[in-house]
Design a protein around this ligand. Structure first.
Ligand SMILES: C[S@@+](CC[C@H](N)C(=O)[O-])C[C@H]1O[C@@H](n2cnc3c(N)ncnc32)[C@H](O)[C@@H]1O
Length: 247
């Protein structure tokens, strides 16, 4: 990785600390906890967890991400503690970390997970009896920025896809066509419910472009069979757990 790219990724980690503060802090307190990050990416949440005083930090992500930007950020901010990042998905670590974690967090990842049902089967196996899960996921595919591309609000749902493809970088187009699971609030909650979870917090983030929604509704509905509800939920915040002590 050249110096320019290194600096860009360090900046990315720094910029997203605020997002962790805003969306994860209301859901969980990682202090002194053994924490798993689902979708640790470049290490945004590792850095955030070090600041929160987590006792143990494990990240899992299928994408290969060198850790030199994260280590540079940690050194620059003089953060204390260690972490481990494994390449793979939660299914790969259910034996190694059986009933291990006090807390599982995830930030801006669940809208990318292709095998959601499998992921929700693995999560309870990784939690200890007092374990909790805190997830913030956004932007959902059908929201105005759900394409993750720098285009007009909901343009992926009303615009010409060839035009869009011609104005975005090829790797972004590939992420758009292969990297989004198109889940809605309803389909996500179905997975949560079917996994046997007990929900303790649930918030939605309204679409950031909701004021402009009336301008686009007709164009969107001409091309898509989708509810106004799903078009206007940008993100989901949720906390849940599994174990019920019957004694
Ligand atoms: C938008 S990035 C977010 C990364 C990081 N959480 C952050 O906010 O900086 C989405 C991440 O989800 C990861 N991802 C995709 N499918 C996954 C899966 N099944 N399990 C864990 N992570 C996954 C991707 O590799 C990518 O790093």
């Amino acid at each position: 990785m050249d110096d320019k790219r290194l600096a860009e990724v360090v900046k990315h980690i720094d910029q997203f600390q605020e997002s962790c503060d805003e969306f994860l802090s209301p859901l969980c307190n990682p202090c002194n906890k053994k924490v798993l990050i689902i979708g640790s990416g470049w290490g945004t949440e590792v850095a955030w967890l070090l600041k929160q005083g987590a006792k143990e930090i494990v990240g899992i992500d299928p994408a290969p991400r060198p850790t030199n930007p994260l280590n540079k950020y940690i050194a620059e901010k003089n953060l204390q503690g260690t972490y481990k990042i494994t390449r793979g998905t939660v299914d790969d670590i259910t034996e190694e970390y059986s009933e291990h974690f006090d807390l599982i967090i995830s930030h801006n990842v669940f809208e990318h997970i292709m095998n959601l049902e499998e992921t929700f089967k693995a999560i309870p196996k990784l939690l200890n009896k007092k374990g909790r899960v805190a997830i913030f996921t956004a932007p959902l595919f059908f929201s105005s920025c759900g394409s993750h591309l720098n285009i007009k609000p909901w343009e992926h749902l009303w615009g010409n896809l060839d035009d869009i493809k011609s104005k975005v970088p090829p790797f972004k187009w590939s992420d758009y066509t292969t990297g989004m699971n198109k889940m809605t609030l309803t389909s996500f909650l179905e997975c949560v419910i079917n996994s046997g979870a007990i929900v303790t917090k649930l918030y939605t983030r309204p679409d950031r472009n909701i004021q402009e929604f009336p301008k686009y509704i007709d164009k969107i509905l001409l091309k898509n069979k989708i509810s106004l509800f799903d078009l206007t939920v940008e993100g989901i915040s949720i906390e849940f757990f599994y174990h019920v002590d019957k004694n």
